[in-house]
Design a protein around this ligand. Structure first.
Ligand code: UD1
Ligand code: UDP
Length: 383
């Protein structure tokens, strides 16, 4: 029997883990492939809850996280850690995901070891190098290093074609939709007591998340002020905000929002609780990339707390709106959706521009094709 090809998934933060977990599982099912998993642990607690939810035990754990870590330390520690892992494991292919510092460092380390790189969630762009920062540059550089590009949508593929990448592009859908199909259940019971107690029918439960580095400082202050005003002016609102563990975010969120009865600042949720909460809320306010993909699939309107987005598909479908980071604008757009039924109904429709739940099957098929283990490439997702 010929030796199985070693495919190593490398990830480090919560969103990468959520989106790579179903792929790790799919690779394990393929007889011709050996699935290896290396985590940098750029996030520690927020990564571990995902590993637990999907029952994944990494083969390698670089454990790099530090409090208030800088882009330099994340990148340097991940790169050095990967050198050792690559020497020991000698993978035939390294898969990285998205646009974090782990993504770029993982791809660069693999390139130095002359291991081919596959980029999952490839081709997203704003074409503004400082927004999102540093993600736009991370994903662009990762695209240059990769030989296989797994693009969620047609627009993502077109970005790569315009940049001159000609081979190895597959349009697969986003693996987050694969994950979502396994997590949401109508009879779900939350571990967090508050989430079982909330009145999702008669109150307007608004889910908030906010963490982006380019929002640190004045934009985040403005967003938090708008949230405070909303909670004070709209008694029918229950604002649920699982606060990112970044000390920068924790400080701003608590300073602005502590002490309000209808604002619930809680610990980050595990992915099962998060997806099931999202399925029940009225509205989502977020600067997250992942939430912009998940909420539309669940029929929930989203106001994006950013100036731009690399995910224009749901904006075009009408379920996501760019709110920016100006206090008045965020406040006014949120109030409109809380009070104007027509505006709300226009946005509250389930759309799936990001996938059909079979992205991981297509990616694994493309990898088998790359290694000559399959006669034909997978058909592109046509959604
Ligand atoms: C990172 C990614 C960002 C992604 C986000 C997802 C980079 C540069 N940024 O940003 O693209 O959208 O993850 O959430 O790669 N912390 C903990 N425990 C945890 C996680 C974080 O304490 O489990 C704290 C630490 O103090 C850490 C800080 O949060 O230093 C910031 O984490 P970091 O990964 O540097 O930045 P994020 O804002 O999470
Ligand atoms: N998420 C979670 N618990 C939380 C907040 C987010 O499980 O408390 C999930 C969310 O459903 C999505 C992913 O984490 O799948 C998004 O991560 P994040 O917003 O941190 O990063 P981004 O997507 O912006 O890179």
């Amino acid at each position: 029997m010929t030796e199985r090809k070693k495919v190593m998934c490398v990830f480090g933060t919560r969103p990468e883990a959520i989106k790579m977990a179903p792929l790790v599982r799919e690779l394990e099912r393929r007889a011709g492939l050996e699935s290896l998993c290396c985590v940098t642990a750029q996030h520690r607690q927020m990564l571990d809850t995902v590993l637990e939810a999907f029952s994944i035990t990494p083969d390698f754990d670089l454990d790099i996280m530090e409090a208030r870590q800088s882009l330099y330390t994340i990148t340097a520690k991940a790169l050095l850690g990967m050198e050792q892992v690559l020497q020991r494991a000698k993978p035939d292919l390294v898969l990285v995901h998205g646009d974090t510092s782990t993504t770029f460092a993982g791809a660069l380390a693999a390139f130095y070891a002359q291991a081919p790189v596959g980029h999952v969630e490839a081709g997203l762009r704003t074409y503004d190098r400082y927004s999102p920062f540093p993600e736009e540059m991370n994903r662009t550089l990762t695209g240059d290093l990769a030989v296989l590009h797994f693009c969620p949508t047609a627009a993502n593929r077109d970005n790569l074609l315009r940049e001159g990448i000609q081979a190895g592009i597959y349009r697969t859908g986003n693996t987050v939709i694969d994950a979502l199909k396994t997590t949401v259940r109508p009879d779900f019971t939350f571990r967090t007591p508050l989430l079982n107690r909330l009145d999702y029918r008669d109150k307007k439960v608004v889910l908030v998340t906010c963490h982006r580095r380019e929002n640190y400082g004045p934009p985040m202050e403005a967003i938090m002020t708008a949230l405070r005003r909303l909670a004070q002016d709209c008694p029918e609102v229950e604002l649920v905000y699982p606060v990112h563990l970044s000390p920068v975010v924790q400080e701003v969120a608590h300073r602005h929002l502590d002490g309000l009865e209808n604002v619930h600042l809680i610990q980050p949720l595990d992915v099962l609780e998060m997806h099931n909460l999202m399925a029940r809320v009225y509205l989502v306010l977020t600067d997250s990339g992942g939430l912009q993909e998940e909420a539309p699939a669940l029929g929930k309107p989203v106001l994006v707390l950013r100036r731009e987005t690399e995910r224009p598909e749901a904006v075009a479908a009408g379920t996501v709106r760019l709110a920016g980071t100006d206090e008045e604008e965020v406040y006014a757009l949120a109030r409109e959706l809380l009070e104007n039924r027509d505006s709300y109904e226009k946005m509250a429709k389930a759309v799936n521009p990001y996938g059909d739940g079979r992205a991981c099957v297509r990616i694994a098929d493309a990898i088998e094709y790359y290694f000559g283990l399959r006669a034909a490439p997978p058909e592109d997702w046509q959604g």
